[in-house]
Design a binder for this molecule. Structure first.
Ligand code: ATP
Length: 249
């Protein structure tokens, strides 16, 4: 890895780029994943590279939804494995939830590398490696899924998602939790719960809330979920960004 001094004002951002670049060279991340990351970085810059209050609220609700689920699945792609493999495994164990690999640029080689990487970090079973089911209406590789995983899941947590699959999952009557730094994306607008935060911060934050809410009465969690208004939260994100930009100049 390139030597990046800790004192550099953009240390975290540079380390993250370096990690993605290395993961691309190892064949875990597709080259277009670097472009997707760039879009995410731009929005992270706008929110101040911190978890903002509407994201913290969404992370809390996401934890409640995952705890109430019958068959929750955390869907991961190359970027997510590169940036948050350990966090995803810990989160999955704490709920408990299944981990499934889902790729747009899917090859057997990449699937195997991602499975090995997750196992190296302690994961036991990875779903989606031999895709034996298909999400109706999706005629690209992201439609491939696991019968015991995403196909039959009631709740799916997705990150760096495209709007098509998010809509297709909702059409299957699943609840979709999306982590997406872009509040304007089709995914952000389609998901039931949108977390406008970096996946690096969002995953451990959801886990923090899982720990805090785990022993709460189920009816309390269900009431919290019922009161969630995703459009209001997206409006709050938009107001936050506008106010922040106005205060900067
Ligand atoms: P849509 O189809 O939903 O409009 P899109 O075409 O923008 O989405 P992609 O190009 O696949 O989707 O980009 C993935 C999304 O992931 C982008 O909106 C980007 O902001 C977001 N993103 C990138 N990196 C991160 C990250 N580290 N954490 C959270 N979100 C991220």
């Amino acid at each position: 890895m390139e030597e990046i001094p800790k004192s550099h004002p953009r240390y975290v951002s540079l380390i993250t780029r370096e990690r993605l670049s290395q993961s691309m060279k190892k064949g875990l991340v597709h080259e277009t994943g670097l472009i997707a990351h760039g879009r995410g970085e731009a929005f992270d810059y706008l929110i101040g590279e911190k978890t903002i209050p509407p994201a913290e609220d969404a992370e809390k609700i996401a934890a409640a939804v995952l705890l109430c689920a019958k068959n929750p699945v955390i869907s991961v792609n190359g970027n997510v494995v590169a940036l948050a493999a350990e966090g995803c495994i810990n989160l999955a164990e704490s709920i408990p939830a299944k981990l499934e690999v889902n790729l747009f640029h899917r090859t057997d080689e990449r699937i195997e590398k991602l499975e090995n990487e997750l196992k190296k970090h302690g994961a036991e079973k990875i779903y989606g490696t031999t895709a034996n089911a298909h999400i109706p209406g999706l005629n690209h590789n992201r439609g491939l899924c696991d019968k015991e995983g995403i196909f039959t899941a009631d709740i799916v947590l997705v990150s760096l998602e495209d709007g098509d699959r998010c809509q297709a999952l909702k059409d299957m009557d699943k609840t979709v939790i999306a982590i997406d730094l872009n509040p304007l994306s089709r995914t952000a607008k389609t998901a039931n719960i949108t977390i406008v935060d970096n996946v690096i911060r969002a995953i451990p934050n959801i886990k923090k809330w899982v720990r805090k809410l785990k022993d709460r009465d189920r009816t309390v969690l269900e009431e919290m979920i019922m009161l969630w208004d995703n459009n209001k939260m997206l409006n709050d994100v938009s107001s936050f960004i506008s106010k922040r930009l106005n205060s900067l100049f």
